[in-house]
Design a protein around this ligand. Sequence first.
Ligand SMILES: [Zn+2]
Ligand SMILES: [Zn+2]
Length: 303
Amino acid sequence: MYSDWNDGRAHGAPDSSPNDSNSSDSDETGTEAHESPAPDSRGKFTLTELTDLSHSTDHDPVRPCDIRGILHSHSNYTDGTHSIAEMAEIAAEIGLEYLGISDHFQSSVHCNGLDLEAVCYQRGEVDELHSKLPHLDLFQGVEIDAGPRGQLPLDDETLKVFDYVIVSFPDTVDLTFEERTALVTRIASHPGVTILGLPVGDWILRRDDGILDLERVLHAASAGGTAVEMNANPSRLPVDWSKCLLAQEMGVKMVISPNAHRAARLVDYRHGAQQANTAGLCCGSFLNTLSADELRQYLARAR
Ligand SMILES: [Zn+2]
Ligand SMILES: [Zn+2]
């Protein structure tokens, strides 16, 4: 854990913003795991030091300052509190290079989710905002809910409208071990899916043995080039790092995601990065240590 990397001023939450009172990154303390910049006279890192990534390689343990963008966030198009412009403003202020808005596509769980008309309108807003923001890249993703048999609400061509696709699994409570494994494996193998979202990351990364066949899912994710989301919400249960390391060993990419439904939650990625660092997970295992350009290239290759 790194108090200085998570300082709320130099690389952290702004003083005033579309913000809430529940931001959870204020009191993180701890030790430094590997070579890092020295703090300035106030005991804080300067912005230059925080953004100098020249010493980070794919094999270094990931640190909060290695996370360059967020791919799981929501706007007031669906169930988020803030507009895309407000989310982008805070993302830029906390030093991120890019922000992906991944609003829910409508489903039985998210009745007020996007329809295709809203998707088009949102794309226009994202592109216009992108052209006005010199220091922040914007991506339009989507979060879609898999049906109980693994069906997706959008066909393959429509999935390509988005820069990336997160699939979540809200309706699996009644499934057996084998059925759930088959469902998640099928989605992990889907060429239009970029990230396995909630609660797959929770199943995979936590102590939930017996919920599904982890190795089969990870094999499918590795073969399909599908990443697994690691929820960075500090209120979540502790992570089973052995499973993260297994994912890393199998070449499965992970994503540290705050699933931010308000701007103040964007900073939660630091909590996730701290945990990942403690586990010895490396920069190269996380999609969101890529630069915005690298990420665009990755997404273009992957889909
Ligand atoms: Zn939501
Ligand atoms: Zn979400």
